[in-house]
Design a protein around this ligand. Structure first.
Ligand SMILES: *Cc1c(COP(=O)(O)O)cnc(C)c1O
Length: 370
């Protein structure tokens, strides 16, 4: 069976050496030396400042909303934020969970990120935040979103869960907006088993967030306000430090797989149109079919051959009643009904990639000739 992804497992002896250190220090969590080291190494690798490690990518979003002031414990009026329905559930649920009502705006048919024309039509008077997603690592319209947010006086939090290591115009994509979040979940390109990070524009927001993830306790130990527990442990940091050592190889093998798919699919399916000024981290290989029928046929054919693609992202989040959201997004619904993510992970052989591409090609050709 070929899964859509496989968590990367680094050298076990290297992990063991980190564990020995943790055992000898007896320091398991609360901003320990490995969390500090990982913070420094990630800032250097990504080329960002003000990075805070947290428990997971969902809490990263929630902490970001609090730290930049999109949600405040004192706010009396209902808060609203514009976001994309074409994403993982956590993007919308993190807003709703924090009492912010999501307003779904449609995506661009080619980039699959928030559509600027659609955003521009929104009455921004009661919009407090914008939460765009660099979906499948594709950069959003940074300048367009920034200028709208300024006009609306709204905060911007990018959900960068897919965008680890992506550069935009030569520097990190992750340094835009008031904050950008990462997920370091086991299935992501770079991981700490479970984990996440927030990259803040402003140092003061980082300092507040440090207290928020530790129950509201300040640097000298006094309780200063409302907080939560969102700290990353030393064991999780150890895993991430090992994976970070191998990140160049991880990227390289993903790139080879990615390019091999493009070559062998031979234009039989639609691919996401990547931002011309952003790099690719090869985190996912999504393909879009003509309609949901051909998507379904291909999925059945792949599964019969022991290949397990994933129907990401489905449903389009504007189809779910439980987010208390407004806005309908027909392009997102359409894409969501006819997309599949194909297997991509280090260790997947190029021969298998060819086999997968052949099954996809065959099923598409059959669907057309029917
Ligand atoms: C994975 C993911 C998250 C959530 O991250 P966790 O670390 O699993 O909590 C949020 N947004 C997007 C777009 C994701 O893919």
């Amino acid at each position: 069976m070929i899964p859509v992804t496989r968590p990367y497992l680094p050298d076990r002896r290297k992990l063991g050496a980190y564990l020995d250190g943790i055992y000898s220090r007896g320091w398991l969590t609360n901003n320990g030396p490995l969390v500090q080291l990982l913070t420094e190494r990630l800032e250097e690798y990504l080329g960002v400042r003000n990075l805070l490690l947290v428990t997971n990518g969902t809490l990263a979003l929630q902490i970001a909303y609090h730290a930049i002031g999109l949600v405040t414990p004192q706010a009396s009026s209902v808060r609203r934020a514009v976001t994309t329905p074409f994403s993982f559930a956590a993007t919308a649920s993190s807003l709703k969970w924090e009492g912010v009502s999501p307003h779904f705006c449609d995506i661009d048919a080619d980039s699959w990120c928030l559509d600027l024309a659609c955003l521009t039509e929104i009455d921004g008077r009661d919009i407090h935040g914008v939460v765009p997603v660099h979906v499948f690592g594709n950069a959003c319209d940074i300048e367009g979103i920034q200028s709208l947010a300024e006009r609306w006086q709204a905060k911007v939090v990018y959900d960068g869960a897919h965008a680890f290591g992506v550069d935009y115009q030569g520097t990190s994509l992750l340094q835009h907006g008031d904050a950008t979040t990462l997920s370091l979940h086991a299935t992501k390109l770079f991981h700490s088993v479970e984990g996440g990070a927030v990259i803040f524009r402003d140092r003061e927001d980082l300092q507040l967030a440090r207290e928020l993830i530790n129950f509201g306790i300040g640097p000298t130990g006094e309780l200063r306000g409302l907080g939560i527990n969102a700290k990353l442990s030393e064991l999780h940091a150890a895993m991430a430090l090992c994976v970070l050592d191998d990140i160049a190889n991880i990227m390289e093998s993903r790139e080879a797989i990615w390019c091999h798919y493009v070559l062998h699919l031979d234009g039989c399916v639609d691919l996401q149109q990547r931002h011309p000024q952003a790099s690719n981290n090869y985190a996912y290989f999504p393909v879009a079919f003509r309609d949901s029928r051909s998507q379904h046929a291909c999925r059945i054919a792949l599964e019969a051959a022991g290949i397990m693609p994933r129907h990401y992202f489905h449903p389009s989040l504007d189809e779910c009643g439980f987010y208390g959201a407004s806005g309908e997004a027909s392009r997102s619904r359409s894409l969501s009904s006819r997309i599949l993510c194909l297997p991509i992970y280090p260790g997947l052989s190029l021969t298998t990639v060819e086999r997968i591409a052949d099954v996809v090609k065959c099923s598409v050709t059959e669907a057309v000739s029917e």
